[in-house]
Design a protein around this ligand. Structure first.
Ligand SMILES: C[S@@+](CC[C@H](N)C(=O)[O-])C[C@H]1O[C@@H](n2cnc3c(N)ncnc32)[C@H](O)[C@@H]1O
Length: 359
């Protein structure tokens, strides 16, 4: 899984869902899976006093450090330009200002990969590159740029639903989407190695097509930066919070106080963590490649390392890894989990799950 390249240059878990799921627990010490770094930044913006951001793949942590260093070093317009939100041919020049704000290992890593900086670091993940190929080589055979723009601009939701049925849901859309989201294609080109090792689900393309349809009929697109990015390659007016003017100003003035970045397997890290350490856990969909026994072990370590009242937010995609039944301290928040699943602005997950740890 750790291949020293960036698999995700953005987080594909909805930060709003994460923060709402964590509730008041998000103010306390948090353990956050880094991935694209966005949700670790969201936790800091949400008021977390201390965040340990962990990833088994150091490249993901270097990306988080680059995003933080860019916020510290650059004014807002340059920050957006440098990371790839807006277009720019000055990124390598801006990197000279960012570099002194990076830890040494991170600076070395990026300095050997300047083309990733030049193209805008938020676009460099394996998943985002796959998405770009889909937009460039497949989507034009399905819908014109105009149709895509019109679909994304439909309001209210009833207009979006009607557009979906009358203009979007063509046989080409269904056929090509199924192919692009088939297991063989995703495994080979899009997701991190090993991500499908625990699922026996078949017809994954069909499953994702159903999830996409359900999403288009329930979740407004107009303010959904995830769908804007997937269909156009840019966020348009809507952006993750850390890119807003306020988000940038906050990260800049706050500095990195309270943020620790850890390159490790979460199981190994937690086994060395004292009891009652964390109040909040952002676990992305970390259980997806774990076997049932590895998952059960991780759940026990989460409970042991959690303060009483801690919250855990975790997404599931193709594998069900709920907490072991005998682990009574893990209380599943049914209603909140269902509410958040209904709001999630990312279509590809099966569910979002919130637990309170009651010791
Ligand atoms: C869980 S992955 C999933 C991302 C995306 N949501 C998806 O489904 O394709 C997010 C991050 O977790 C990291 N990761 C996976 N397993 C890990 C582990 N056991 N310990 C620490 N980080 C891990 C990966 O390197 C990746 O950067």
């Amino acid at each position: 899984m750790h291949n020293n390249r960036i698999n995700y240059s953005q987080c594909w878990e909805d930060a709003r869902v994460l923060l709402e799921g964590l509730g008041a627990a998000k103010q306390g010490p948090a353990l956050s899976v880094t991935s694209g770094g966005d949700n670790t930044l969201a936790l800091l913006l949400g008021g977390a006093t201390r965040v340990v951001s962990i990833d088994i793949n150091p490249a993901q942590n270097y990306l988080l450090e680059l995003k933080y260093a860019a916020a510290s070093a650059l004014e807002h317009p340059e920050y957006l330009a440098f990371l790839g939100v807006t277009s720019s041919n000055r990124r390598l020049e801006l990197y000279n200002s960012v570099r002194p704000h990076l830890p040494v290992t991170s600076a070395e890593w990026w300095s050997h990969r300047l083309p990733l900086i030049e193209n805008g670091a938020i676009h460099c993940g394996r998943f985002e590159l796959f998405n770009r190929r889909f937009r460039r080589h497949v989507l034009p055979f399905i819908h014109s740029q105009r149709t895509i723009r019109e679909f994304l601009a439909q309001t209210p939701l009833e207009a979006q639903q009607s557009f979906y049925h009358t203009q979007w849901d063509s046989w080409r859309w269904r056929f090509l989407f199924r192919v692009v989201c088939s297991r063989i294609v995703l495994e080979r080109f899009a997701r991190q190695p090993g991500i499908f090792s625990q699922t026996k689900k078949e017809k994954i393309g069909e499953l994702y097509l159903r999830r996409a349809e359900d999403h288009f009929l329930r979740i407004p697109l107009a303010d959904n930066h995830f769908m804007h990015y997937l269909l156009t390659g840019s966020y348009d007016a809507q952006m993750p919070e850390y890119f807003s003017g306020e988000g940038h100003a906050y990260l800049r003035t706050r500095g990195k106080k309270g943020l620790s970045v850890v390159n490790a397997d979460i199981q190994t890290y937690l086994s060395g963590t004292p009891d009652n350490t964390f109040s909040a856990y952002n676990l992305s969909d970390i259980f997806e490649p774990l076997s049932p026994s590895e998952s059960a072990h991780l759940w026990r370590e989460i409970v042991r390392s959690a303060k009483s009242g801690a919250r855990v937010v975790v997404w599931s995609n193709l594998v069900d890894r709920t907490s072991p039944k005998d682990l009574r301290a893990c209380v599943y928040e049914d209603d909140l989990s269902a509410v958040l699943r209904a709001k999630d602005r990312v279509f590809f997950y099966e569910g979002v799950h919130v637990y309170t740890i009651c010791k």
